[in-house]
Design a protein around this ligand. Structure first.
Ligand SMILES: *[C@@H]1O[C@H](CO)[C@@H](O)[C@H](O)[C@H]1NC(C)=O
Ligand SMILES: *[C@@H]1O[C@H](CO)[C@@H](O)[C@H](O)[C@H]1NC(C)=O
Ligand SMILES: *[C@@H]1O[C@H](CO)[C@@H](O)[C@H](O)[C@H]1NC(C)=O
Ligand SMILES: *[C@@H]1O[C@H](CO)[C@@H](O)[C@H](O)[C@H]1NC(C)=O
Ligand SMILES: [Cu+2]
Length: 307
């Protein structure tokens, strides 16, 4: 028998997993605005909507760094049936729903080249190189806190200007370290571990160079004994880490392009989330904003409980 208090905790955990953790509802890639994967709306659309994201619904957490899901999260279904077209050297901005302030840790973006149809890609076979990373700043404020506090909760990475043109999977990840050194009263059932939350996207890069940075596979890209697996983000005052404490990033160093490019201005275009015309798009966006607001309230509730 499962006692009702344990059931309550499980229900709480599920609710938190479904909504408390964030998701990427929009991606602006080289001035084109693509829908992300809306965890509330997109699973209900039939046929599955054309998205650049690997679908699947919830965003983590994954705590087993040996698990296949470390590459592109659970499910990965439906596979992307759209692709984001970007020029090498351009910016990609990920638009997050609300993210828990308590879930402090690094934010990264990775790229892995692939060939053939995206439907045939096994994310575990891909070789990812890190293109962007934000951890904790000199004032002790973590990447996710800054991301949340920014207008529209966005995080931007630049496609290295010198990489080869072609198709890539972009893996965007937040690592939450709040339970990496221990749990707090009321959360005893939560494993002591770093938590990984990632989403993968389908991209085509044009106008690139000849760089083919070496990468790492997931699982395998992180080791259990890495220093960055553990960090006491709770040893803080108002989000500020005790001065002198340095965070050691996980995995390989960021790949930096050997040169920059001056890209011609590109007008902003918006990709329809429904393919059904202006009216259908408007109801989609209205419903999306309404759910983002609700999700924000759930996040505030969990943050107020220290989860
Ligand atoms: C982690 O994942 C690996 C690979 O699937 C599996 O063999 C192992 O049992 C998992 N560990 C735990 C604690 O679930
Ligand atoms: C990319 O974003 C950075 C800031 O995040 C900005 O400095 C840079 O000008 C942007 N590049 C392009 C091509 O928009
Ligand atoms: C934030 O989002 C609103 C509504 O989508 C938009 O009008 C505004 O330009 C955005 N601001 C920034 C800084 O992206
Ligand atoms: C914070 O961490 C420092 C260094 O590890 C330690 O000396 C200090 O006691 C900690 N403070 C709290 C309140 O945990
Ligand atoms: Cu959580």
């Amino acid at each position: 028998m499962v006692s009702s208090s344990v059931f309550g905790l499980l229900a709480l955990a599920l609710a938190q997993q479904a909504c408390g953790h964030g998701y990427i509802w929009r991606v602006t890639a080289d001035n084109t605005i693509y829908p992300g994967w809306d965890v509330a709306l997109d699973p209900m659309l039939s046929p599955p909507p054309a998205r650049i994201a690997f679908g699947g619904g919830i965003v983590g957490p994954i705590i087993n760094i040996s698990a296949a899901e470390m590459a592109c999260n659970f499910g990965g279904s439906p596979r992307p049936s759209a692709i984001a077209e970007v020029r090498a050297g351009s910016n990609v901005t990920f638009h997050w729903s609300h993210w828990l302030y308590s879930h402090k840790g690094p934010i990264t973006a990775w790229m892995a080249p692939y060939t053939g149809p995206v439907s045939a890609v096994n994310p575990n076979d891909l070789s990812f190189f890190k293109i962007a990373e934000d951890t904790v700043d000199a004032a002790g404020v973590w990447a996710n806190v800054r991301m949340m506090d920014q207008t529209n909760r966005t995080w931007t990475a630049t496609i290295p200007a010198d990489i080869k043109s072609g198709t890539y999977i972009i893996r965007h990840e937040i690592v939450a370290l709040h339970f990496s050194t221990g749990t707090v009263p009321g959360w005893e059932f939560t494993p002591v571990a770093a938590q990984f939350y990632m989403t993968c996207f389908n991209f085509r890069v044009t106008g690139g160079g000849d760089a083919e940075p070496s990468g790492v596979k997931f699982p395998g890209g992180y080791r259990a004994d890495e220093k960055g697996m553990r960090f006491n983000v709770r040893n803080t005052t108002g989000g500020v880490v005790v001065p002198g404490e340095k965070y050691t990033p996980l995995g390989p160093a960021v790949y930096t392009s050997k040169y920059g490019v001056d890209l011609a201005e590109k007008p902003v275009t918006v990709v329809s989330p429904t393919g059904g015309g202006a009216e259908a798009d408007k109801s989609y966006w209205d419903a999306q904003q309404a759910f983002l607001e609700t999700q924000g309230k759930i996040v505030s509730y969990f943050d107020s409980m220290g989860g």
